[in-house]
Design a protein around this ligand. Structure first.
Ligand code: SF4
Ligand code: SF4
Length: 249
Protein backbone atom coordinates (compact mmCIF):
# COMPACT_ATOMS: atom_id res chain seq x y z
CA UNK A 1 0.00 0.00 0.00
CA UNK A 2 1.10 3.50 -0.59
CA UNK A 3 0.43 6.74 1.08
CA UNK A 4 -1.94 7.66 -1.74
CA UNK A 5 -4.24 4.81 -0.92
CA UNK A 6 -4.17 5.64 2.74
CA UNK A 7 -5.52 9.10 2.23
CA UNK A 8 -8.30 7.81 0.04
CA UNK A 9 -9.63 6.11 3.14
CA UNK A 10 -10.64 9.43 4.63
CA UNK A 11 -12.84 10.87 1.89
CA UNK A 12 -14.55 13.25 4.27
CA UNK A 13 -11.40 15.30 4.35
CA UNK A 14 -11.36 17.68 1.39
CA UNK A 15 -7.62 18.24 1.59
CA UNK A 16 -6.59 14.64 1.34
CA UNK A 17 -9.40 12.90 -0.47
CA UNK A 18 -8.68 13.77 -4.08
CA UNK A 19 -6.18 11.38 -5.68
CA UNK A 20 -3.54 11.52 -6.89
CA UNK A 21 -2.31 13.36 -3.89
CA UNK A 22 1.38 13.78 -4.40
CA UNK A 23 4.15 14.20 -6.90
CA UNK A 24 7.88 13.84 -6.47
CA UNK A 25 8.76 16.75 -8.69
CA UNK A 26 11.39 19.37 -7.99
CA UNK A 27 10.60 23.01 -7.50
CA UNK A 28 11.44 25.54 -10.19
CA UNK A 29 14.32 27.73 -9.15
CA UNK A 30 12.06 30.56 -7.99
CA UNK A 31 11.82 29.27 -4.45
CA UNK A 32 14.72 29.88 -2.14
CA UNK A 33 13.33 29.29 1.28
CA UNK A 34 10.74 27.07 2.70
CA UNK A 35 10.21 23.44 3.28
CA UNK A 36 8.71 21.35 5.98
CA UNK A 37 9.56 17.71 5.83
CA UNK A 38 7.46 15.12 7.54
CA UNK A 39 8.70 11.75 8.72
CA UNK A 40 6.40 10.53 11.37
CA UNK A 41 3.41 10.65 13.42
CA UNK A 42 2.25 10.16 16.92
CA UNK A 43 2.09 13.22 19.11
CA UNK A 44 3.12 15.91 16.63
CA UNK A 45 -0.18 17.76 16.44
CA UNK A 46 -0.06 18.75 20.06
CA UNK A 47 3.57 19.74 19.99
CA UNK A 48 3.29 21.78 16.81
CA UNK A 49 0.05 23.43 17.82
CA UNK A 50 1.64 24.45 21.10
CA UNK A 51 4.62 25.87 19.26
CA UNK A 52 2.44 27.96 16.98
CA UNK A 53 0.48 29.23 19.94
CA UNK A 54 3.59 30.06 21.93
CA UNK A 55 5.50 31.70 19.10
CA UNK A 56 2.65 33.80 17.75
CA UNK A 57 0.34 34.08 20.77
CA UNK A 58 -2.60 32.82 18.76
CA UNK A 59 -6.14 32.96 20.22
CA UNK A 60 -7.83 29.68 21.21
CA UNK A 61 -9.63 29.09 17.91
CA UNK A 62 -6.72 29.94 15.62
CA UNK A 63 -4.44 27.12 14.48
CA UNK A 64 -1.69 27.58 11.94
CA UNK A 65 -1.17 23.86 11.66
CA UNK A 66 -3.73 21.10 11.55
CA UNK A 67 -3.40 17.38 11.87
CA UNK A 68 -5.22 15.02 9.53
CA UNK A 69 -5.35 11.36 10.45
CA UNK A 70 -6.23 8.34 8.41
CA UNK A 71 -5.37 4.71 7.92
CA UNK A 72 -2.79 3.07 5.70
CA UNK A 73 -3.51 -0.33 4.21
CA UNK A 74 -6.49 -2.52 3.42
CA UNK A 75 -6.62 -5.56 5.70
CA UNK A 76 -6.86 -5.30 9.43
CA UNK A 77 -3.55 -7.03 10.06
CA UNK A 78 -1.75 -4.57 7.81
CA UNK A 79 -3.53 -1.36 8.61
CA UNK A 80 -1.70 1.32 10.51
CA UNK A 81 -2.57 4.83 11.47
CA UNK A 82 -1.11 7.74 9.55
CA UNK A 83 -0.92 11.31 10.69
CA UNK A 84 -0.34 14.20 8.30
CA UNK A 85 0.35 17.68 9.66
CA UNK A 86 -0.92 20.36 7.27
CA UNK A 87 0.36 23.92 7.36
CA UNK A 88 0.33 26.75 4.87
CA UNK A 89 2.20 25.32 1.89
CA UNK A 90 3.62 28.68 0.84
CA UNK A 91 2.48 27.89 -2.67
CA UNK A 92 4.30 29.48 -5.59
CA UNK A 93 1.04 29.59 -7.55
CA UNK A 94 -0.95 30.45 -4.45
CA UNK A 95 -4.70 30.40 -4.83
CA UNK A 96 -4.97 32.87 -1.94
CA UNK A 97 -2.71 35.35 -3.69
CA UNK A 98 -4.55 35.08 -6.99
CA UNK A 99 -7.94 35.99 -5.49
CA UNK A 100 -6.75 38.68 -3.09
CA UNK A 101 -8.28 41.93 -4.41
CA UNK A 102 -6.24 44.31 -2.27
CA UNK A 103 -2.74 43.03 -2.87
CA UNK A 104 -2.47 42.13 0.81
CA UNK A 105 -1.24 38.62 -0.01
CA UNK A 106 2.14 38.58 -1.67
CA UNK A 107 4.73 36.01 -2.65
CA UNK A 108 8.18 37.20 -1.69
CA UNK A 109 11.28 36.77 -3.81
CA UNK A 110 12.36 33.94 -1.55
CA UNK A 111 9.04 32.15 -1.97
CA UNK A 112 7.33 32.93 1.32
CA UNK A 113 3.65 33.83 1.01
CA UNK A 114 2.88 36.66 3.40
CA UNK A 115 -0.03 38.92 4.28
CA UNK A 116 0.17 42.67 4.78
CA UNK A 117 -2.52 43.10 7.41
CA UNK A 118 -2.75 46.82 6.79
CA UNK A 119 -3.81 46.15 3.22
CA UNK A 120 -6.19 43.30 4.06
CA UNK A 121 -9.84 44.33 3.64
CA UNK A 122 -11.23 41.20 5.24
CA UNK A 123 -13.11 39.94 2.19
CA UNK A 124 -12.21 36.33 3.03
CA UNK A 125 -11.73 35.29 -0.59
CA UNK A 126 -8.45 33.68 0.43
CA UNK A 127 -10.17 31.63 3.13
CA UNK A 128 -12.43 30.13 0.50
CA UNK A 129 -9.77 29.81 -2.19
CA UNK A 130 -7.07 28.00 -0.19
CA UNK A 131 -7.42 24.32 -1.11
CA UNK A 132 -5.56 23.32 2.06
CA UNK A 133 -7.88 25.26 4.35
CA UNK A 134 -5.00 27.08 5.94
CA UNK A 135 -6.45 30.58 6.26
CA UNK A 136 -8.28 31.84 9.32
CA UNK A 137 -10.38 34.97 9.40
CA UNK A 138 -9.99 36.86 12.65
CA UNK A 139 -13.59 37.65 13.48
CA UNK A 140 -14.69 39.70 16.45
CA UNK A 141 -15.72 36.51 18.27
CA UNK A 142 -12.35 34.88 17.69
CA UNK A 143 -10.45 37.95 18.85
CA UNK A 144 -12.47 38.37 22.01
CA UNK A 145 -12.30 34.77 23.13
CA UNK A 146 -9.70 34.04 25.77
CA UNK A 147 -8.26 30.81 27.11
CA UNK A 148 -10.16 31.18 30.41
CA UNK A 149 -13.85 31.72 29.60
CA UNK A 150 -15.58 34.24 31.84
CA UNK A 151 -12.33 35.49 33.35
CA UNK A 152 -11.19 37.95 30.72
CA UNK A 153 -7.69 37.81 29.25
CA UNK A 154 -4.97 36.56 31.54
CA UNK A 155 -1.79 38.57 32.06
CA UNK A 156 0.03 36.19 29.75
CA UNK A 157 -2.55 36.64 27.00
CA UNK A 158 -2.30 40.41 27.29
CA UNK A 159 1.47 40.22 26.99
CA UNK A 160 1.05 38.02 23.92
CA UNK A 161 -1.33 40.49 22.34
CA UNK A 162 1.27 43.22 22.77
CA UNK A 163 4.15 41.12 21.52
CA UNK A 164 2.36 39.74 18.48
CA UNK A 165 -0.60 42.00 17.69
CA UNK A 166 -3.19 40.41 15.42
CA UNK A 167 -5.67 42.59 13.58
CA UNK A 168 -9.34 41.83 13.82
CA UNK A 169 -10.99 41.56 10.39
CA UNK A 170 -7.94 40.14 8.63
CA UNK A 171 -7.10 36.65 7.36
CA UNK A 172 -4.02 35.01 8.88
CA UNK A 173 -1.92 31.93 8.29
CA UNK A 174 1.49 30.40 8.97
CA UNK A 175 4.31 32.77 8.08
CA UNK A 176 7.20 30.28 8.35
CA UNK A 177 8.13 32.52 11.32
CA UNK A 178 9.28 35.19 8.91
CA UNK A 179 10.38 37.49 11.74
CA UNK A 180 12.89 34.91 12.93
CA UNK A 181 14.17 34.28 9.43
CA UNK A 182 14.59 37.93 8.53
CA UNK A 183 16.27 38.76 11.83
CA UNK A 184 18.58 35.79 11.38
CA UNK A 185 19.46 36.72 7.81
CA UNK A 186 20.35 40.24 8.97
CA UNK A 187 22.82 38.67 11.37
CA UNK A 188 24.30 36.58 8.61
CA UNK A 189 22.74 33.36 9.90
CA UNK A 190 21.56 30.51 7.73
CA UNK A 191 17.85 29.53 7.84
CA UNK A 192 17.43 25.87 8.53
CA UNK A 193 20.91 25.59 10.00
CA UNK A 194 21.07 28.30 12.64
CA UNK A 195 18.35 28.01 15.23
CA UNK A 196 17.80 31.76 15.45
CA UNK A 197 16.98 31.90 11.76
CA UNK A 198 14.73 28.84 11.66
CA UNK A 199 10.94 28.46 12.14
CA UNK A 200 9.96 27.52 15.68
CA UNK A 201 8.13 24.35 14.69
CA UNK A 202 11.37 23.05 13.16
CA UNK A 203 13.36 23.99 16.26
CA UNK A 204 10.95 22.55 18.79
CA UNK A 205 9.72 19.35 17.16
CA UNK A 206 10.73 16.70 19.67
CA UNK A 207 11.43 14.04 17.06
CA UNK A 208 13.07 16.39 14.56
CA UNK A 209 10.44 15.51 11.98
CA UNK A 210 10.71 18.89 10.29
CA UNK A 211 13.45 20.31 8.15
CA UNK A 212 13.70 23.80 6.73
CA UNK A 213 16.09 25.13 4.18
CA UNK A 214 17.04 26.44 0.79
CA UNK A 215 15.62 24.49 -2.12
CA UNK A 216 17.97 26.21 -4.53
CA UNK A 217 21.02 25.01 -2.64
CA UNK A 218 21.72 21.45 -3.78
CA UNK A 219 23.87 20.94 -0.70
CA UNK A 220 21.16 21.91 1.81
CA UNK A 221 19.73 19.18 4.00
CA UNK A 222 16.27 19.69 2.57
CA UNK A 223 17.51 19.39 -1.00
CA UNK A 224 19.31 16.19 -0.06
CA UNK A 225 16.17 14.76 1.55
CA UNK A 226 14.02 15.58 -1.45
CA UNK A 227 16.62 14.13 -3.78
CA UNK A 228 17.24 10.91 -1.92
CA UNK A 229 13.87 10.12 -0.35
CA UNK A 230 10.42 9.89 -1.78
CA UNK A 231 9.35 13.52 -1.47
CA UNK A 232 5.73 14.25 -2.14
CA UNK A 233 3.49 17.29 -2.04
CA UNK A 234 -0.17 17.84 -1.29
CA UNK A 235 -2.41 18.04 -4.32
CA UNK A 236 0.05 18.99 -7.06
CA UNK A 237 -2.73 18.51 -9.60
CA UNK A 238 -4.29 21.72 -8.35
CA UNK A 239 -1.35 23.66 -9.77
CA UNK A 240 -0.57 25.52 -6.54
CA UNK A 241 3.09 24.48 -6.53
CA UNK A 242 3.50 23.98 -2.76
CA UNK A 243 6.82 24.64 -1.01
CA UNK A 244 6.13 22.01 1.62
CA UNK A 245 7.25 18.46 0.98
CA UNK A 246 6.44 15.28 2.87
CA UNK A 247 8.96 12.50 3.17
CA UNK A 248 7.99 8.92 3.73
CA UNK A 249 10.24 6.61 5.64
S1 SF4 B 1 -1.57 26.81 1.46
FE1 SF4 B 1 -3.36 28.13 1.11
S2 SF4 B 1 -2.91 29.97 2.32
FE2 SF4 B 1 -0.95 28.91 2.06
S3 SF4 B 1 -0.03 29.80 0.19
FE3 SF4 B 1 -1.16 27.96 -0.44
S4 SF4 B 1 -3.18 28.74 -1.08
FE4 SF4 B 1 -2.22 30.36 0.19
S1 SF4 C 1 -9.18 38.56 3.40
FE1 SF4 C 1 -7.42 39.97 3.15
S2 SF4 C 1 -5.71 38.64 2.50
FE2 SF4 C 1 -7.64 37.48 2.18
S3 SF4 C 1 -8.23 37.87 0.02
FE3 SF4 C 1 -9.30 39.41 1.29
S4 SF4 C 1 -7.92 41.18 1.32
FE4 SF4 C 1 -6.69 39.45 0.62
Amino acid sequence: MTFFQQVELIPEDPILSIPPLFAADRHPNKVNLGVGAYRDAEGHPLVLTSVHKAEHHLPPDVFWGRGVTGELGTYSTQVRKQFVPVLCNHCQEAACEKVCPSGATEIREDGMVLVDYDKCVGCRYCVIACPYQRRTFLSKDIMRKGYYPGQGFSELELIGQRLYPLQEGTAVKCTFCVERIDAGLEKGLKPGTDREATPSCVNECVSKARTFGDLDDPESEISRLIRTRKAIRLHPELGTDPSVYYIQY
